[in-house]
Design a protein around this ligand. Structure first.
Ligand code: ATP
Ligand code: MG
Length: 388
């Protein structure tokens, strides 16, 4: 899927923006706060229905405006699609998603329409932060290729919340947990098995490409970047999933804690570089390369499983990558529609051949102008972006 056209209205610092991106690589440079990340965030909204940043939907509406919208026109061969996300603050904040002019009832219906993979500075947390960040990575990756997984996650969470409510009640009232707990434990077990087996299967599937991409970007052959799943419910695929029994045995302890102590919400993706814990061992550049490898492996997995080419969003990827790593990265993303931001013009050195936009603000309003058309641009006739 390729994005043909982007229209933003009252979105963050864009009063009105209409642009037609290149089907290959698009590079955005500009001062801090000019609106580069906002642009990638808008694409993310149209892909997953939410921001990639820790930010509430309300914050994406231009200050002083009643509502915002992001509209993307998509193309794949002869096939066309239009996707719109509307944000309307008010007493009851409303977010709605429209696909080909039809409002969808559930966010899960937009999964897979525009697949995208984003790498942003926050993603360094994949290596540096706690397990929840890596679980989110797995969940986002698998949800984009498997709707049943997305649904299993929602169902699991709902059953777990109900079990936790029973645990808390028992804790406060010094009583035994309500008998209903058994039903919730049965549901949790059913969905946890789906979640954990999908996670293990897809980690296996990407582990080889994660290693290869890492080596390709670093250019160092003997650096081994490896990933594996760490499950709080130990089990082997093909054997029964022992969670219901464990939950039952753990009830007393869980009542004491007021929360469920095992399950996919406690699992982790372990990352090692040359056999050592990446978090404690990796340099800044290695950390960035590791996180980037996970993201590019996600892109290839989506491609493999769905046959669809996701859009790649690289926010501020340059800093801390040496010039060789930047060049190697470039060869990795060939053929993928990519949006890259950088704030330092010096970063553009490795990216001479691609369409480059300057992002700037005029009276608080974000604007773009094309400052360079790369040689590969001749493949298609392009119009200048239109500003209204
Ligand atoms: N709701 C909003 N209304 C108006 N302006 C907003 C809103 N939300 C954010 N902004 C503005 O958007 C700008 C930030 O944009 P963005 O994060 O895209 O910057 P950037 O170009 O990526 O900067 P950096 O190089 O620092 O990463 C800030 O100037 C901020 O004031
Ligand atoms: Mg930014």
């Amino acid at each position: 899927m390729v994005i043909d056209r982007i229209e933003l209205t009252h979105y963050r610092n864009y009063e009105k923006l209409i642009m037609e991106p290149h089907p290959g690589v698009n590079i955005f440079f500009g001062q801090n706060g000019s609106g580069k990340t906002n642009l990638l965030e808008a694409i993310h909204y149209c892909s997953l229905g939410k921001s990639h940043r820790i930010s509430q939907d309300q914050n994406a509406v231009m200050m002083g405006k009643d509502g915002a919208s992001c509209r993307l026109f998509l193309r794949e061969g002869e096939f066309r699609k239009e996707i719109v996300v509307k944000l309307q603050p008010g007493e009851e904040f409303a977010k709605s998603v429209w696909i080909d002019h039809k409002k969808i009832g559930r966010l899960s219906e937009m999964m897979g329409v525009l697949r995208c993979v984003i790498f942003s500075p926050e993603d360094l947390g994949l290596v540096r932060d706690g397990p929840s960040v890596r679980r989110r990575y797995l969940d986002m990756m698998i949800s984009q290729i498997s709707r049943p997984y997305f649904i299993a996650l929602q169902q699991y969470r709902s059953a777990m919340n109900q079990r936790n409510a029973i645990l808390k009640k028992a804790k406060i009232s010094f009583s035994r947990p309500d008998d209903m707990i058994e039903d919730f434990e049965a549901s949790m077990t059913e969905y946890a098995e789906q979640i954990c087996s999908a996670r293990v299967r897809y980690i296996e599937q990407i582990s080889e490409s994660v290693q290869q991409i890492y080596r390709q970007i670093s250019g160092i052959k003997d650096e081994a970047f490896k990933i594996r799943y760490h499950a709080s419910v130990p089990w082997q695929q093909g054997t029964g999933f022992p969670m219901a029994e464990m939950l039952k045995n753990n009830r007393e302890e869980d009542v004491r804690q007021g929360i469920t102590g095992i399950g996919p919400q406690r699992d982790d993706l372990i990352l090692t570089l040359n056999g050592k814990n990446m978090k404690l061992y990796a340099s800044q550049g290695q950390t960035r390369t590791g996180a980037l490898s996970l993201k590019l492996a996600q892109l290839y997995l989506i491609q493999q499983v769905t046959g669809d080419q996701p859009v790649l969003l690289l926010d501020d990827v340059m800093s801390e990558l040496d010039i060789r790593r930047r060049m190697n990265l470039l060869s990795e993303i060939e053929g993928v529609q990519t949006f890259i931001t950088c704030s330092d013009e010096g970063d553009l050195e490795a990216w001479q051949n691609y369409r480059t936009y300057e992002v700037f603000t005029q009276g608080g309003n974000g604007q773009l102008s094309v400052v360079k058309e790369g040689p590969d641009i001749q493949k298609q006739i392009l119009r200048e972006p239109v500003f209204e």
